[in-house]
Design a protein. Structure first.
Length: 398
């Protein structure tokens, strides 16, 4: 819409003799704009937070470390660094594990889990278990706006968002907690980017801003990357990647996946075996490197991939739908619905039925809770969500 009375202009050219005008406004308060960018020959439009690079800000940006200083920039990692969300690495240096680390972001407390009415997939409380909170939406954007890197929840344990980074497992283990594993079905332990996909690809709307792909990254052992619902290590368009002396196993999709990466060296890695019978038989890949260039792979043993995956793809999709389900229940819960051949029900009742069936699957897997085989809701829950084979369902991780 163009104003014809000049009362809504948002841009202008000042008189050459006029001094630039200063405005005091936080960048978070700037309005969203529509932008279009080209990706793989396609024009992709998005409604984003965009700041023109020509805008001058008074704030002084932090000085980046000199590359020669990166090796001296040491960070020691412990379980305390992984309590509330993805460790986003924003500066070069070496990140050294000091203990085994089990990822269980924003999990319910022990008191909450022991409550007789505990619902792991509840949509009625102030927070959604295992998801970013409202207070974390700036650090982990997307869950509540349905657009952004974290629109499907925590997609990685560590994201490498700076050049010249070394991750040193230092003899320790890094994996998902069993509860987080079933609840966050889209996850890589280490992601070499700010997003799990290119902005216009994948299972969600990742946004066109805050895009970064790793350069000059080393991931080394000895050490062990364990249980993960997707990848041990994943990246897109990363350059100069060196992965070595690590055991990677108990993954649902692939031990290592790096799409369109360049100058990748993988050596002295054990990614296996998959199971007792077929050591090199994978649903997807032990190591995937689609459209990669200049790759060296040496001294590799592949396996195991998980063959006891508890859920079908519909559980993955339902967990991703939980934030939307909460909104649906809050805004339209009292509205009635009628399906052919069924009694009239409410939106709230349908939402709660979905939550209850997901809870049954959770408790069966985590607590080995048994249900009456004649229970109609258990029959429905198994049909919808439970994996009868243990192998990856086509949509388990996608």
């Amino acid at each position: 819409v163009m104003s014809t009375i000049r009362d809504s202009c948002t841009c202008y050219q000042i008189n050459p003799d006029q001094e630039p005008i200063k405005y005091s406004i936080h960048t978070n308060e700037l309005p969203k704009v529509t932008i279009a960018q080209r990706y793989d020959g396609k024009t992709v439009k998005d409604f984003v937070d965009y700041i023109d690079p020509l805008i001058m800000f008074d704030e002084e940006e932090e000085d980046e470390l000199d590359p020669d200083e990166c090796a001296k920039n040491i960070h020691y990692l412990s379980q305390e660094d992984f309590l509330y969300g993805t460790l986003r690495i924003h500066e070069c240096g070496e990140y050294i594990f000091t203990e085994d680390i089990i990822v269980n972001f924003n999990a319910p407390t022990e008191e909450e889990e022991n409550d007789p009415d505990f619902s792991p997939n509840s949509i009625n409380g102030d927070r959604l278990f295992w998801f970013p909170t409202e207070q974390q939406k700036d650090q982990y954007p997307g869950l509540f706006s349905y657009e952004g890197s974290y629109s499907l929840g925590f997609f990685a344990g560590i994201t490498v968002e700076s050049d010249d980074v070394v991750i040193n497992l230092n003899g320790f283990k890094f994996e998902m907690d069993k509860r987080f594993y079933i609840q966050q079905r889209f996850f890589s332990l280490i992601e070499l980017a700010t997003k799990p996909f290119l902005p216009h690809q994948g299972a969600s709307t990742w946004g066109l801003t805050d895009v970064y792909y790793s350069n000059n990254v080393e991931i080394k052992g000895p050490g062990y990357l364990g249980r993960t619902s997707h990848h041990g290590i994943h990246g897109n368009h990363a350059t100069n990647v060196y992965i070595h002396d690590i055991d990677i196993k108990d993954f649902d999709v692939a031990g290592i996946g790096c799409n369109a990466c360049k100058y990748v060296t993988i050596e002295n890695i054990m990614v296996g075996p998959q199971n007792n019978e077929y050591q090199q038989d994978f649903d997807v890949a032990g190591i995937g490197c689609n459209a990669c260039k200049y790759v060296t792979i040496e001294n590799i043993m592949v396996g195991p991939q998980n063959n006891d995956i508890p859920t079908l793809g519909r559980y993955t999709h339902s967990r991703a739908f939980i934030p939307r389900l909460k909104d649906l229940n809050t805004m339209h819960g009292d509205k009635e619905m009628t399906f052919y051949g069924r009694e009239t029900t409410t939106v709230s009742s349908m939402c709660q039925r979905m939550v209850d069936q997901m809870d049954m699957i959770y408790f069966n897997y985590i607590n080995s809770k048994q249900y009456d085989e004649d229970d109609e809701e258990w029959i429905a829950a198994k049909k919808l969500y439970k994996n009868p084979t243990g192998w990856m369902d086509g949509g388990t991780s996608y």
